[in-house]
Design a protein around this ligand. Sequence first.
Ligand SMILES: Cc1cc2nc3c(=O)[nH]c(=O)nc-3n(C[C@H](O)[C@H](O)[C@H](O)COP(=O)(O)O)c2cc1C
Length: 427
Amino acid sequence: MNGLQRQTAIYLRGVSGRRPRVSTDATLLEEQAREHMPAEAFAYIAGGAGTGATIRANRAAFDRWRIVPRMLRDVSRRDTTVELFGRRLPSPFLLAPIGVLEMVNRQADLAVARAAAEEGIPMVFSNQASRPMEACAEALGDSPHWFQLYWSTSDELVESLVSRAERCGSEAIVVTLDTTILGWRTHDLDLAYLPFLRGKGIAQYTSDPVFRRLIAEEQPGGDPTPQPRPSLPALRTLVELTRAYPDRFLPALRSGLARAAVQRFVQIYSRPSLTWDDLPFLRERTKLPILLKGILHPDDAARAVDAGMDGVWVSNHGGRQMDGAIATLDALPEIASAIDGRVPIVMDSGIRGGADAFKALALGATAVCIGRPYVYGLATAGQEGVGEVIQNFRADFDLTMGLAGCTTVGEIRREALTEAQRSTVSG
Ligand SMILES: Cc1cc2nc3c(=O)[nH]c(=O)nc-3n(C[C@H](O)[C@H](O)[C@H](O)COP(=O)(O)O)c2cc1C
């Protein structure tokens, strides 16, 4: 469906009195979705690090660029496809890896996978997903998916996760580098709520044979400290934990494995000592393309290519990791010139519509990611809501391209933009 068809469908439904369930403006969608979420979920998803300066900077950076439309160029036919790692994609959008989706919808990652399959948009499985990658891969069928890895302190677990991703048909591995230490997330801290400690968002671990072996090895008598009598909130948490596990794992849980799994997860999930020297370990273990996510400096981008990486993912984690970090759109042009077309550049953080995607592509991105907005679609209207968000982004992008005078993504270049100050000065 192109932009015009989507637009027409919405207006025609309006004739019979129906309005979209999910706002077509992704910036308004956040408030709409808030009504469908528990306070802890909203804080976890919408919140950023510290004072939220990076979230604001991400948006402000998009506002500093303006598109300069060109006229009389026959834009009646538009081709929004892009090629990425040998796949032709219908549009330059992917779904960013987002953990703990069970906070907003019971079907969680499965609902997203089904919507992604319907739209043919690549889904990037989060390492902190609420459903195992194999289940999502099955729901996706032939539709493309990638796996995002948090580099664990256990090499064996890293190997296991990567080989599972290969086996279930993921087409790339994305290593997220900006979260080896969890940022100072004030919204979550004020509620004293971290979903992982409730057993949420650890499905890739509890379904992993290496992880399960590691906790089994510790039981029984792994921790000799006697457990205090649990308080009522602690008991509630234990019940939540039990729900987080695959059925056949339940009996083991009752024997105390649930708590052990969460404790093990906290010790194992991330390796702050990670350096460039660790990359060959991964490079030697997979033939899949590897992208580094969280790159914000041109030297790091160039070094990633030198290290044999196949792609760079410009991201500040949607402002969730560092307060006062550089906006991704500000980082992008220098990174693009350092990369000089050698590998694709994926970009996210603050993409809220077709014009944002257009600007990112004009400044050097190959593709961009939809992040929080699809989670808000999921919270508001489940799988259908995710589908609507994807369709809206695509429609908006298609129309923006046409209105700017471009008929292919390749025509979207730096010359299509001007900086906002200049347009103010010249009136
Ligand atoms: C609730 C939430 C959970 C996230 N979980 C992950 C994750 O598990 N792995 C990861 O690499 N990035 C994660 N991210 C970051 C996203 O992949 C992406 O970089 C970010 O959402 C982009 O910013 P935006 O949503 O504001 O556009 C998460 C983001 C949010 C909002």
